[in-house]
Design a binder for this molecule. Sequence first.
Ligand SMILES: Cc1cc2nc3c(=O)[nH]c(=O)nc-3n(C[C@H](O)[C@H](O)[C@H](O)COP(=O)(O)OP(=O)(O)OC[C@H]3O[C@@H](n4cnc5c(N)ncnc54)[C@H](O)[C@@H]3O)c2cc1C
Length: 385
Amino acid sequence: MKYTLSHSEIRDGIIKLCQQFDGRYWQECDAQYAYPANFVNALTQEGYLSALIPETYGGLGLPLSAGAAILEEIHRSGGNAAACHAQMYTMGTVLRHGSDIQKQRYLPEIASGALRLQAFGVTEPGSGTDTTALRTTAIKKGDNYIVNGQKIWTSRAEHSDLMLLLARTTPKEQVSKKTDGLSVFLVDMREVVGTSLTIKPVRTMMNHATTQLFFDDMAVPAANLIGEEGKGFRYILSGMNAERMLIAAESIGDAKFFIEQATAYAGEREVFDRPIGKNQGVQFPIARAYADMRAAELMLAEALRLYEDGQSPGEEANIAKMLAADAAMAAGEACIQTFGGFGFASEYNIERKYREARLYQVAPISTNLILSYIAEHVLGMDRSY
Ligand SMILES: Cc1cc2nc3c(=O)[nH]c(=O)nc-3n(C[C@H](O)[C@H](O)[C@H](O)COP(=O)(O)OP(=O)(O)OC[C@H]3O[C@@H](n4cnc5c(N)ncnc54)[C@H](O)[C@@H]3O)c2cc1C
């Protein structure tokens, strides 16, 4: 297969690194529900997780498309970057909205791997997609904010030192717009875990290290407020396009994995004395998934181009994320069908990848909400919620 790919050197480096972490490695992590620590350490040591951190702070200072290339190749190799991808987009909030002191204090250590910024606490059990309805509060008392409430689906919290947290600092009734009064904090979880912060793992259909968090009078130094109090919602929104594009890249990697596996297997597997891949009934779903993947890939390339040109490609980033997640599902479906019964056997990695790829129909934003975005913000239709 030929693709128009950027950052070929980075891709080659990732392909080489991922060869040390083969299907068996991911199967074992999956079976034991274990965090892929060796994989994440290797990525960190090679500097890939600090790709987007500016060189002044010890990172590689690469553009977003390089981050997308890294995540795509991890997924294409059969791995799962969900164990560590958040560092790439949460770091952007600190970079864009943090003070010089905060950036000097945290970014070099994040870049070196001494500190992990993998946790992003936004979603709550009671608010779901309606972020502004979140109920976790942060009340200023002296030099601290005192945080109470709970979060759900805070992934990687057990494997992170820092968390970017969104909490309400002014009650909803006291703000003119419901998006006001929310603030972002950089929480050093090492100081509070086990006392005012309780972390409870949540088992999911794939190995994702996600958790539920409970805050009980958790003190966060006021110095760790990012930007201005009450403006946190827009800081989080400003990172959304990058997040959408990086996740789209992972889904494109998933689609490529499935297509390559299905194509190879269809050529090898003989039934009725001929390769199953000679049948159009086997070929066509794979070919269609390939076409879906290419469309998603081109939309992602356009979104990245606009982003790197300094624009805010909300339309393109959202469409790329949706098309890519759909292409991954179509390719996964074609692949599992091509493998027949063996598609369900763990040792082929197809069923595991299928479970992992399914997440991106829901997180970090569900398909319905992307369609609502297109209807409202691109087509000018009435807001439906
Ligand atoms: C494994 C996993 C990891 C995650 N990691 C993180 C993380 O690290 N940090 C974090 O903050 N969050 C995380 N999330 C949360 C994720 O972002 C949310 O699950 C997602 O935003 C959807 O929210 P919800 O689950 O509350 O669904 P809900 O908001 O309850 O929605 C349920 C369904 O209703 C639909 N729906 C809701 N409102 C509308 C509407 N107006 N129109 C049409 N359809 C609608 C949705 O599309 C969805 O299909 C994670 C989730 C999972 C499952």
